[in-house]
Design a protein around this ligand. Sequence first.
Ligand code: GLY
Ligand code: MN
Ligand code: MN
Length: 431
Amino acid sequence: MDLAYLAQLPPQEFIDRRRRVFEQMQDNSAFIIFTETEKRRNADCDYLFRADSYFWYLTGFGEPKSALLLIKRQGRAESVIFVRNKDPLMETWNGRRLGVENAPQALNVDHAFDIENIEAIFAEKTQNLTACYYAKGVQTWGDALVAKHFAEPIDWQPMLSEMRLIKSTAEIALIQQACHISALAHLRAMKQTRPNRYEFEIEGEIQHEFSRFGARFPAYNHIVASGENACILHYNENDQVLKAGDLLLIDSGAEFAHYAGDITRTIPISGKFSEAQRELYEIVLEALKEATKLLVPQSSIKVANDKALRIMTEGLVRLGILQGEVEQLIADKAYRQFYMHGLGHMLGLDVHDVGEIGKERDRPLEVGMVLTVEPGLYIASGANVPEKYKGIGIRIEDNLLITEYGNKNLTCGCPKEIADIEGIMAGKNEI
Ligand code: GLY
Ligand code: MN
Ligand code: MN
């Protein structure tokens, strides 16, 4: 299967993004952004390289040790890319490079230079300019160079984050694919889960499905958390044996063409939920469904979260896990012991994507935003609750696109009803 054609944004998309940056830059200013550097894992082995998301957003260029410089001088725009020079010996050992000569045409920029010459060329190109847009401390290898010429750069993060917050049609298509692949992977995990396998074996099943559909990387480290491990929100040791009777929380999302999916499902290792697990699961599922109805234009994450935590507080009182009056418990944030994270986050090039959504997460939602909805309940074994609920952790997470008429659930293909999950695990439901 040739997947490469799917994994591209149209080149015009990157040109348009840079044009929008030029429009927002003040006259006689520079804008510079660096990508990630290679990271050593051990000895002479590196982690696999992934471009910085801001840099990728403006260039679509995935090699390390690169920088993009935009110049706006007397109203005229110039785009310059710095890349590694071609080097036959290094390329034989470590892989191909685009090279300086090919870069202008391949990346639709005006000029390209060897990254090794960036000091001198940056100094020359920015002469007499009055301002520089630069985010200090993000890719720190560029900090000293910029500081030499501009003492107080203007942070470009607010500008780029705002642009990244609203997704284009082409971006939505890629996110949709990431979500679709993620859903297929969770489905495989449901079919492959049984007692006595290891958590990392299920991780492997998920990774297998990602690769089969063109997503080589996960968007974040897989969380495959059985039993009480599910109460560790970003658990990723993934090295325990699955025990009969426990739940398995899987939080895994594919990265497709640099865009993230982010799905969580919680399933019974033996194929059937116990009564106590079912009671808690139904509460989280109801919170998810009701919150989803409120994640629509003009509403906000805060509005939906208020609804979710009310449902979960009522549920916890019903089960005798919390005692007291619901209003007071909500006012006291009593749920925080069992629900200690936010309802969701933006999704895009990064799994926790950028974008100012308000301190209280109360910015009105807009068409083209993509976000997660992921309520959860985590009852640690040391909690002072009825015995049967101890050590149960449940999260259910979907991904939503905000549309003109409400939202579109991009991960609805991934089963989450108890009957559907149990049916798939019993081999009865072929979805
Ligand atoms: N996968 C991390 C999260 O759900 O936020
Ligand atoms: Mn997640
Ligand atoms: Mn998430």
